[in-house]
Each structure stands twice: as structure tokens, then as C-alpha cells.
Design a protein around this ligand. Structure first.
Ligand SMILES: [Zn+2]
Length: 125
């Protein structure tokens, strides 16, 4: 698979994913059509060009999502991950403290919260 085709496919995959997608999920979707190296290189390229962003989840696994353009999204990107079912959920954006905005030129903030989700809690897992 050519580089530009792989880039297009992977970006489409990330865009279409409801939740930030992991490398393992990307690899699974791409199947044997794309090598491990091509996927890694493509992800690095997309990140460098600010098409996507990555963050480390509660399992210390990288997750990829489309680079948020809106200013408020850029400032507060927050996710919650359940330690039982490992599902990821997007949390609501929140405003940053005034003093933080005054003293630093902040490009992005990502909050990774972990705990037990509503479903697992209700099931008593
Ligand atoms: Zn859960």
C-alpha cells in the first residue's frame, strides 16, 4: 500500500472512530494491507502535521484522535477510562483557571481520569 493511500485510510479511520482509537485497533482494521512500520510512520506523519493528536490512556496505551480545531476543545480535552471494562468516554470541556492562562502560553491540556464507569458500578463489578 502506498504512503498516501495508507495516510488517507488511517486518517479516515481515526475520523470515523467514536472514541480515540488505539494502535491495536488501527492495525486490526487495516489488516494485512498495511505493515506495522507503515502504520507507525503514518501516525507520526499525521501527528507532525497536526492532523491528529495522541495521548496515553489509563493502560499507558496511545490513543489517537482528530486534532481538535475549536479553541475550547483545544484547551480542555478530557477522557475517562474505566479500569474494569477499559472503555473510554469523553468528558465535558471545562474552563481553565485564570491564573494558568495568564502565566503560561498553553497549547493544550489533556486530562485522563480513571475509575469505574456507571455500567460497571451498577453491575457491581
Ligand atoms: Zn466499565
Amino acid at each position: 500500500m502506498g504512503h498516501s493511500i495508507a495516510r488517507e485510510k488511517i486518517l479516515t479511520l481515526i475520523k470515523g472512530s467514536k472514541q480515540p482509537i488505539s494502535y491495536a485497533e488501527i492495525k486490526e482494521s487495516m489488516g494485512s494491507s498495511c505493515s506495522r512500520v507503515t502504520i507507525y510512520r503514518t501516525l507520526i506523519h499525521l501527528e507532525k502535521n497536526q492532523k491528529i493528536r495522541k495521548f496515553s490512556d489509563a493502560q499507558a496505551e496511545f490513543r489517537y484522535l482528530v486534532h481538535p480545531i475549536a479553541e475550547d476543545q483545544k484547551l480542555t480535552l478530557s477522557h475517562f477510562q474505566c479500569i474494569r471494562c477499559h472503555r473510554l468516554q469523553k468528558l465535558d470541556a471545562y474552563p481553565l483557571p485564570e491564573n494558568l492562562l495568564k502565566n503560561y502560553l498553553i497549547h493544550s491540556v489533556h486530562t485522563m481520569a480513571s475509575g469505574i464507569c456507571k455500567e460497571c458500578n451498577e453491575k457491581g463489578l
